[in-house]
Design a protein around this ligand. Sequence first.
Ligand code: FAD
Length: 139
Amino acid sequence: MHSLVYRSVANNSFGLPEIYKMLSKAKDYNAEHNITGCLLYHKHQFLQLLEGEKEKLDFLYSRILEDHRHQDIVLIENEESEYRIFPDWSMAFHDYGLNGHSGSLKLKQIELFLNKSNMFTTKSVSAIRFFSNVKEILV
Ligand code: FAD
């Protein structure tokens, strides 16, 4: 089992409607290849965790690297891991800009975490811990 985390910046033409379209295909692909994870999006920034077999993640990541809908892609983590953080989610997606006031405390917590993620410039175990925290907040 492997976990891969990267961050990137969405291109201007890649807005929420296009992201949802991309996600509906991505979820099918991920489910078919037993890939799970979570994609966070905020203010044009993506932070994605992918979980699955190493070969499958490497192949998907090579496609993601070639995708012109985002740029400035930085690999943060690509390591063996003992378990999945999102075993039941073919790709959890959270755009916390869209949520209402009821979730504001949760949203602030995630924003704090995501701001911290800007500091993840190299491989870091804290990226995986970050997603464990995100899951606790989202669920
Ligand atoms: P194709 O579908 O053949 O597309 C080739 C290229 O054309 C793409 O790289 C893209 O630049 C462009 N393109 C494709 N569709 C459109 C469109 N509708 N509008 C404009 N340009 C387009 N895929 C997954 O399977 N699982 C994931 O978890 C996943 N996460 C992603 C996260 C992010 C932030 C982004 C940007 C993409 C993600 N993708 C994911 C999509 C992935 O990058 C590939 O597009 C997908 O795997 C299909 O690969 P392909 O080689 O068949 O590309």
